[in-house]
Design a protein around this ligand. Structure first.
Ligand code: ADP
Ligand code: MG
Length: 335
């Protein structure tokens, strides 16, 4: 109850990309190493299948209830968020906006021994009015299918941009999330066509060339700075690339992630760009991916419901560290 009051987020699901983001983040929170997304925009249908920990019968029954989350137990937990989800809102919202089917089978079950040796599926329809649950045969993991998206609030369909713009937004969402989770195998199907496909990589920097085709592996430099002075687990990880001059008409590409989530933080992006432009000739446009690992108690993710903007304690400290990291990376690069 206390948790509910602390969470002030409004509606988060307003597009295909938002559905994809919420479902895929649930798969990541479930520890999935393989995530497959199927998009049927013309049919208003999206399916996400993962090989994560799955849910047992009990959990499945409540997964889409109001404010149901297995990730936060009390108010204090909001200050040590390690999971991507924590509001317990996404699945519940989906039951009101669409028809929802969740199939799940936990990984930690004894095959043939008990009720968990098969999976279960729960189906919500009529805008969340009705739901039924039944046994189903499946591999361990979870498959969530959203169909008739926004069918229960048609006004939202009218407000959406056209399909190709929606797909672009989905692509951007997947790219961002994939970069932050390079060890996962990602597949995105658009109708019957395999559209995005990444193979697992050890680091963000090793995945980047699969996603940003203007860079090659050889152009990229990776650097990690441990910030022992501040808090033992904090660090800055940096990938920089200086694409050769033939790409100079491409704009700068700077992305910032905090604790495995891409964020917008204009103040920090500005820090990155100024650090580069103090050193670089004007015609070199950097590619830079910056990842900050920060103890969760220094971040407040509740700045907006999509969690893409954050409040950071000690902004100046981080600006200073970022400056140093970039200067160091550029020195290595020029040696
Ligand atoms: P939140 O992610 O904020 O907890 P959601 O509405 O997105 O809320 O999900 C509700 C709950 O359903 C999660 O806390 C989790 O326990 C369970 N769940 C959802 N998707 C999956 C999945 N792919 N694998 C395992 N459990 C899941
Ligand atoms: Mg979630």
């Amino acid at each position: 109850q206390e948790v509910v009051h602390l969470i002030t987020a409004g509606e988060v699901i307003d597009s295909f990309a938002a559905v994809v983001r919420e479902l895929v983040e649930n798969s990541l929170d479930a520890g999935a190493t393989r995530i497959v997304v199927y998009l049927y925009p013309e049919q208003w249908r999206i399916r996400v299948a993962d090989n994560g920990c799955g849910m047992n019968y009990e959990d499945l029954q409540y997964a889409a209830s109001a404010h149901s989350t297995s990730k936060i137990h009390n108010g204090a937990d909001l200050w040590k968020i390690h999971s991507l989800g924590f509001r317990g809102e996404a699945l519940h919202s989906l039951t009101m906006l669409a028809d929802l089917e969740i199939m799940s089978r936990p990984t930690n079950c004894y095959i043939g021994a008990d009720i968990n040796s098969c999976g279960f599926k729960v189906i919500y329809s009529n805008g969340g009015e009705t739901h039924e649950i039944a046994a189903t045969a499946m591999a361990p993991g979870t498959v969530v299918t959203v169909s008739n998206l926004f069918g229960y609030c048609k006004a939202r369909r009218q407000g959406l941009p056209n399909t190709s713009q929606q797909l672009k937004a989905v692509q951007e969402t997947i790219h961002q999330i994939a970069l932050c989770h390079p060890q996962v195998t990602w597949q995105v199907w658009h109708n019957d066509r395999l559209w995005i496909n990444t193979s697992p990589a050890a680091t963000m920097g090793k995945l980047l060339p699969q996603i940003l085709n203007r860079v090659r592996q050889g152009d990229l430099h990776e650097l990690t700075l441990e910030l022992a002075s501040y808090a033992c687990r904090d660090n800055i990880y940096l990938v920089i690339g200086l694409p050769d001059r033939c790409h100079r008409h491409r704009p700068d590409w700077v992305r910032l992630a905090v604790n495995k989530r891409m964020v917008k933080a204009a103040e920090l992006e500005q820090t990155v760009l100024s650090a580069f432009h103090r050193t670089l000739p004007r015609d070199r446009f950097p590619v830079c991916l910056l990842h900050l690992s920060i103890s969760p108690e220094h971040i407040n993710w509740n700045r907006n419901p999509t969690k893409s903007e954050i409040y950071l304690n000690n902004l100046h400290y981080w600006q200073e560290q970022i400056n140093q990291a970039i200067e160091q990376a550029l020195r290595i690069n020029s040696d």
